[in-house]
Design a binder for this molecule. Structure first.
Ligand SMILES: [Zn+2]
Length: 204
């Protein structure tokens, strides 16, 4: 409790997140549409690799695509350490940018095809929630949650039957797309001693 002589501060900061410049420079050299799911995943894996190379976050990336045209709508990279926000995971960044571009919180409003998120690693507990609330209709994953755990990251308390839960909500799930290529980025990150952070603390 605040003592009576002290008042809460009168202003609070707004929240601003910008993708690093290298993301737009890289995508400016890439195509716009990716009909093959493996091509969509390889673009995302390359973003995860470049995120490590540029020192702008953890070895994770994601992107939102139009499900019908397979055109890239919004990229996302893990920016936890560079932005100083624990929620700045790749999936959250891609969802926020997609929603900003479309001017709506509901990425499923437009039609039944909707949007797909491609994630270099299966989403953690937080990102699973973010995907469910976003209205996205499809999730494509590269590396597994277990692959992320093996290099020390914490996936959080995910329901054991999360794939079934997603599908029961009308969100299709495709796993293990280019998994070995996605895992190679995780392993390279560990080899070079990249910081592995998570909120886990000893139980008292
Ligand atoms: Zn996450």
């Amino acid at each position: 409790m605040t003592s009576p002589s002290k008042k809460p501060r009168s202003t609070f900061p707004g929240i601003v997140l910008h993708l690093p410049r290298w993301v737009t420079e890289f995508l400016g050299r890439c195509g716009a549409d990716y009909p093959a799911v493996s091509d969509r995943m390889r673009l995302v894996i390359e973003l995860s690799r470049l995120n490590v190379e540029n020192g702008t976050g953890g070895p994770f990336a994601a992107a939102v695509f139009d499900r019908r045209t397979h055109v890239l709508l919004a990229p996302g990279i893990n920016m936890v350490t560079s932005a100083g926000f624990s929620v700045a995971h790749a999936e959250v960044m891609a969802i926020l940018i997609a929603q900003k571009l479309l001017g709506t919180h509901d990425l499923g409003w437009k039609d039944t095809q909707g949007y797909e998120i491609v994630s270099s690693t299966e989403p953690c507990a937080m990102c699973q929630g973010a995907i469910v609330w976003s209205g996205l209709r499809s999730l494509v994953c590269g590396a597994t949650g277990g692959d992320a755990c093996r290099i020390g990251f914490d996936e959080g308390p995910k329901p054991r039957n999360w794939v079934k839960q997603f599908r029961s909500r009308g969100i299709s799930v495709t796993r293990n797309v280019c998994r070995e290529e996605a895992v190679a980025v995780l392993q390279a990150y560990k080899r070079q001693g990249g910081p592995v952070y998570n909120g886990r603390r000893p139980v008292e």
